[in-house]
Design a protein. Sequence first.
Length: 168
Amino acid sequence: MKVAVYPGSFDPITYGHLDIIHRGLKVFDKIIVAVLVNSSKKPLFSIEERKKMIREATKKIERVEVDSFQGLLIDYVHKRKANVILRGLRAISDFEYELKIASTNRILSEEVETLFLMTNHKHSFISSENVKEIAKYGADVRGLVPEHVAEALEAKFSESSIWTLDRE
Ligand code: ADP
């Protein structure tokens, strides 16, 4: 069975990520979407919230598992008996960052390959960062993320505005 690990922050999952999962399933028998527990980044959503949103977004897609991991990606890939890391490429601007990670992982393990898939051009400008930025100002992000994610963003930002008002 060909298994790929699709790692990332998914803070939150977008249509861009989902496009990569759909494309990946044409190549792999199973994709493990693995949320990285990264203490150096300050995420908007907790690991559990992110996993829940990914599960909801992929519930009609078979052959997808949602998980999270801590520590080195390569160790996680070995543990899960996968030998491919799946990553998405939007534009040339992603390339340098991705090359650095892929090359480091190659040094750490010769057996694991990184496979890049290109997203549909419709999704090439979507990132979790810009979705959060837009949602923060109350704009509708329904063209960029599934409905339940848009709702979660609305709830998160209305929570934080109440919090800000409380503190003022
Ligand atoms: P990370 O913090 O690891 O970059 P992200 O959740 O931002 O985590 O991205 C995970 C992977 O998904 C990366 O390979 C990234 O390039 C890819 N990705 C993110 N958004 C898109 C998109 N709109 N189209 C294609 N790939 C994407």
